[in-house]
Design a protein. Structure first.
Lengths: 387, 130
């Protein structure tokens, strides 16, 4: 297998983009990535696009073709494939692109992610997102997506003594980071009181424990490492990208509060990269809810089960902490356009490793991404490093 | 949900009929037609659950999808049946009454409807056992 590097990245501002259409979002992200890599469309061999539910959000299927078309690549007949795994669609698209280059099947490959969520009302969005879980046996009896994570939070707090305030500190920390990210949906700091006084969505989770509904797109371009310097002075190597599955329904998991797919994907990613946990300088984790970041820090292997709340409280995961978690602001503050999130995580780590993250810059040479589909039925972990 | 899609799941939804594997003895609800442990050596048969169990974890849904908005706030839980299988279901009780470990049993209830004139959907919910 060939070594692979990221040679260009692009990301739209995230938010409620009433004025921007689905197709304009991904064209914007793609153009930014092409400009960053200083390449033209003719050089692209293949496209992979992460998208969860354009069919329900904007009544559009056949996203691969649409994107190739509006990126100006349809008449050049560049192959374009949509990849879907709920909120981990972007992470999967990235892994597919990396695999295509590593295998020698293609040289210059775009991995993109896009979601346009605000063209439907909140009720329809809640229902669409519930499709990331088991529709027949979770959604139909009345489960919402926040409700499922709330049941993880209840189980976790009951067993490990995590406090409600410690959960709130995850949101406070991520908003502090988001306030330093010009692409973030929420560029405003909040206090623990903001979280504690926000309305209950699904006990014990409150509105400020939840990632928002977001429009946005991101794109990254990967190429063989040996060719990377043709395009950029700062290639970032993809040291590994690993994916794992678990049961679709939360109730069928071995342990309600452990995402075994995160454990499996992380173990594989570290094994492939021949690295240890202590080698990681920063990580973008899938904090769709505050409890998800707590579980992620533990299930990725950065601490034992039950410790992440205390570590968050002590500042271990802050921008200036030992292990900065979600320097972008995470899903909570940067926003969560579901299909784009996995690509945005790679974008953020690349910007950090290049030293281009300005107000939220952290030191380091190796970073990691962690992208979750549903309540943990699909997980992708990727490790990237300075060359 | 379409009528056919609901109708074919009626035995499971109405009467908690799942499956079990005769090879390893594991019981499945929701039913599985393939044993993840025994794989091709498994022998899957129907299994009627007794309907008693306990609450593993729960939440109170305050913001629901459109179909459930009129029920909010309602209690949603993961219930472990005494045979070992787990499922997600509503608990019919006050929001202060539910707790982890609480004993429950199944009841037949209306789950929802397809608009004002559409078909009614029935199925299993759970109530506390005193």
């Amino acid at each position: 297998m060939r070594k692979v590097a990221v040679i260009g990245v692009g990301c739209t501002p995230f938010g409620e983009k009433w004025e921007t259409s689905f197709r304009n979002l991904f064209v914007d992200a793609g153009a930014r990535a092409l400009e960053d890599a200083a390449i033209s469309g003719e050089q692209i061999d293949e496209l992979f696009v992460g998208n969860m539910s354009a069919g329900r959000f904007v009544d559009q299927e056949h996203i691969g073709a649409l994107i190739a078309d509006y990126a100006g690549l349809a008449t050049k007949h560049v192959p374009s494939t949509r990849v879907e795994a709920a909120c981990s669609s972007g992470g999967l698209a990235f892994r597919q692109a990396v695999t295509a280059v590593a295998s020698g099947n293609a040289d210059i490959v775009v991995a993109a992610g896009v979601e346009k969520m605000t063209d439907v009302g909140t009720g329809a969005t809640v229902d669409t997102l519930a499709g990331a879980a088991d529709r027949e046996w979770e959604g139909f009896p009345g489960a919402t997506f926040p409700g499922l994570y709330a049941m993880i939070a209840r189980d976790y707090m009951h067993r490990f003594g995590l406090t409600r305030e410690q959960l709130a500190m995850v949101a406070v920390k991520n908003h502090r980071n988001g306030a330093r990210n010009p692409n973030a949906q929420f560029q405003k700091e909040i206090s623990i009181d903001t979280v504690m006084q926000s309305s209950l969505v699904a006990d014990p989770l409150r509105l400020f424990d939840c990632s928002p509904i977001t429009d946005g797109a991101a794109a990254v371009i990967v190429a063989p490492l040996e060719r990377a310097r043709e395009f950029t002075d700062t290639p970032i190597q993809v040291l590994s990208s690993a994916q794992a599955s678990d049961t679709i329904a939360l109730h069928d998991r071995r342990d309600i509060s452990t995402l075994d797919a995160t454990v499996a994907a992380a173990n594989r990613a570290f094994q492939l990269a021949r690295l240890e946990r202590k080698d990681i300088d920063m990580v973008e984790v899938h904090d769709c809810f505050t409890i998800a970041e707590i579980c992620a820090i533990e299930d990725l292997g950065f601490c034992s089960k039950g410790e992440a709340g205390r570590l968050t409280e002590e500042g271990y995961t802050a921008l200036d902490g030992t292990l900065p978690v979600n320097p972008s602001g995470g899903l909570k503050a940067c926003g969560h356009p579901v299909g784009a999130t996995g690509i945005k995580q790679v974008y953020e780590i690349v910007m950090q490793l290049r030293g281009e993250a300005s107000g939220r810059q952290v030191d380091g040479e190796i970073g990691m991404t962690h992208n979750v589909g549903g309540t943990g039925a699909t997980v992708v972990c990727s490790i990237l490093g300075v060359v | 949900m379409s009528v056919a899609r609901f109708w074919r799941k009626q035995p499971q939804r109405y009467n908690l009929i799942g499956t079990s594997c005769e090879t390893c003895g594991r019981a499945f609800f929701p039913p599985r037609s393939f044993c993840p442990e025994c794989r091709r050596d498994g022998k899957i048969v129907d299994h009627a659950f007794a309907g008693t169990g306990h609450v593993v974890t729960f939440t109170i849904i305050r913001t629901a999808s459109e179909a459930f908005e009129h029920l909010t706030p309602y209690v949603l839980a993961i219930v472990e049946l005494d045979e070992g299988a787990r499922l997600t279901s509503q608990i019919v009780c006050t929001i202060d009454e539910v707790s982890i470990g609480m004993r429950v049993k199944n009841v037949f209830r209306k789950l929802g409807s397809d608009g004002e004139s559409g078909p009614l959907y029935y199925g299993t919910k759970f109530i506390p056992v005193k």
